[in-house]
Design a protein around this ligand. Structure first.
Ligand code: PLP
Length: 389
C-alpha cells in the first residue's frame, strides 16, 4: 500500500459497507430510503429550545467527567420510577457519548484479550466491533424463528457459554428484529448469567418504544441481577435526536467505574448543552413517548400490511424502528442481492439482515425496513413495492 500504510487489524473489515452502499444507492436513484434507522420524526420542541438556550448561555465547556449531576439524578429517578431500581447518581450512573460509547466503554472496561462476549444473533453492528476493539471475541447466539417472531433458543444460549465467556450482551427491545424479550426469556438469560458468573450488559435504547400495550422489562430488576448488570440507554431514539449522542449507563459502582475508566480516555466527557435540558425532559418522558408510540405503531401497521400485500412476509415488530420481511416469495433467497436490486426494481431501499449476523450461514432471505419515517414516505414505499411485486 502507499507509503507502506496498512490499517490495524482491529479496524480491517469493520467498515459499515452495506449501510454506506444502501444510503448511497438511495441518494443516487432517488429511491424511498427505508434503510438506515435515522428518525425523520418530530422532537420535543421545548427540548430543542432549551438546548439552544444552553448554548447561548455559555454551557459550552467540559462538564464533569461523569456527566452533570442533574442528568445523573434524572436517570436514577427514571430507573426508580419505571423499574423500581435504585441507583446512586454519584457513582452508579455515568453519562456517555451515546449508547455507543457506553457499549464500547463496557466492553473495554470488562473484557481482557481472549475473552468471549455473547450476543443474540442477529445483533446491532457495534457489538462485534466493540468486542474486537477490546481484543475479545463476539460469539453469536442465534435467535430462533418461530412463525412470525424471533424467540430465545435456550439450548443455543447454554451451548454458547464457555470458560472464556465474560459478558452477555442483551438488547431489548431488539434491533434489528423488533423483538421484546418476554419475562420467561429474561428469566432464562438471568439464570444462565448467574450460573456462569457473567456480567450482563443490556442495551435498552428502545425502552420507550414498545407497542400494542406490551411491556418492556429490564433484566436488572430480576432477583440476583442488579449486582451483575450494566443497563444502557440513550436520548437518541426516545427523543428523535440521534445526532446529539448523549447516552447513559447505570449499574453497581465497581462496574460503572470500569466503564468510566475507559470513557475517561475515549472522550473524557459528553455533550455539555444537552445535559440539563435532557434531565428536565426525562422527567416527562412518558407523555412524550405515548404520542411517539402512537405514530410509530401506526407506521409499523401501514408498512407491515403493505409488505404482506406485496408478498414480502413481515415478521412481528413489537417495538423499535424496524420490521423484518421474508423475500422468498419474490423468487429471492439472497437479501444482499435483493437490496442491491430493489432501488432499481421498486424505488425502495432496505437493508439485508445478513449485515447484522455474526455467524455464517444464517437466514439470508430476511431484509430490514425502517418505519421511523413520515407516514407519507411509508405510503409511497408501499405503493412502489406493490407496483413492483
Ligand atoms: C441506535 C442504537 C444504538 C446507538 O445509540 P447512540 O445513543 O446513538 O449511540 C445502540 N444500540 C442500538 C440497538 C441502537 O439501535
Amino acid at each position: 500500500m502507499d507509503g507502506g500504510f496498512r490499517p490495524a487489524q482491529r479496524v480491517t473489515g469493520v467498515g459499515t459497507s452495506v449501510f454506506t452502499e444502501m444510503t448511497e444507492l438511495a441518494r443516487r436513484t432517488g429511491a424511498v430510503n427505508l434503510g438506515q434507522g435515522v428518525p425523520e420524526l418530530a422532537s420535543p420542541p421545548g427540548l430543542l429550545a432549551d438546548v439552544a438556550a444552553e448554548v447561548l448561555a455559555g454551557e459550552n465547556q467540559y462538564p464533569p467527567a461523569r456527566g452533570r449531576l442533574e442528568l445523573r439524578r434524572a436517570v436514577a429517578e427514571h430507573q426508580a420510577r419505571r423499574y423500581g431500581l435504585e441507583y446512586r447518581p454519584e457513582d452508579e450512573v455515568l453519562v456517555t457519548t451515546g449508547a455507543t460509547e457506553a457499549l464500547a466503554g463496557a466492553l473495554l472496561g470488562l473484557c481482557d484479550p481472549g475473552d468471549e462476549v455473547l450476543a443474540f444473533d442477529p445483533c446491532y453492528d457495534a457489538y462485534p466491533a466493540g468486542a474486537r476493539f477490546a481484543g475479545a471475541r463476539l460469539v453469536g447466539v442465534p435467535l430462533a424463528l418461530d412463525g412470525d417472531r424471533f424467540v430465545l433458543d435456550e439450548g443455543a444460549l447454554r451451548a454458547a457459554v464457555s470458560p472464556r465467556t465474560r459478558v452477555l450482551l442483551l438488547n431489548t427491545p431488539h434491533n434489528p428484529t423488533g423483538k421484546v424479550f418476554t419475562a420467561g426469556e429474561l428469566a432464562v438469560v438471568a439464570e444462565v448469567a448467574i450460573e456462569h458468573g457473567l456480567t450482563v450488559v443490556t442495551d435498552e435504547v428502545y425502552e420507550h418504544l414498545v407497542y400494542d400495550g406490551l411491556e418492556h422489562r429490564t433484566i436488572a430488576a430480576l432477583p440476583g441481577m442488579r449486582e451483575r448488570t450494566l443497563t444502557i440507554s440513550s436520548a437518541g431514539k426516545t427523543f428523535g435526536v440521534t445526532g446529539w449522542k448523549v447516552g447513559w449507563v447505570c449499574g453497581p459502582a465497581p462496574l460503572v467505574a470500569a466503564v468510566a475508566g475507559a470513557k475517561q480516555f475515549l472522550t473524557y466527557t459528553s455533550g455539555a448543552p444537552y445535559q440539563r435540558p435532557l434531565a428536565k425532559m426525562l422527567g416527562g418522558v412518558e407523555e412524550w413517548a405515548a404520542e411517539l408510540r402512537r405514530i410509530l405503531a401506526h407506521n409499523r401497521d401501514l408498512l407491515s400490511a403493505g409488505l404482506a400485500r406485496a408478498g414480502l412476509r413481515p415478521y412481528r415488530a413489537d417495538a423499535g424502528y424496524f420490521v423484518q420481511a421474508d423475500i422468498s416469495a419474490w423468487g429471492h433467497g439472497d437479501g444482499v442481492r435483493f437490496c442491491r436490486e430493489l432501488p432499481l426494481r421498486a424505488g425502495v431501499v432496505a437493508i439485508p439482515t445478513a449485515a447484522f449476523y455474526v455467524r455464517q450461514g444464517t437466514p439470508s432471505q430476511l431484509v430490514r425496513f425502517s418505519f421511523c419515517k413520515p407516514e407519507k414516505s411509508i405510503a409511497e414505499a408501499v405503493e412502489k413495492l406493490l407496483k413492483a411485486a
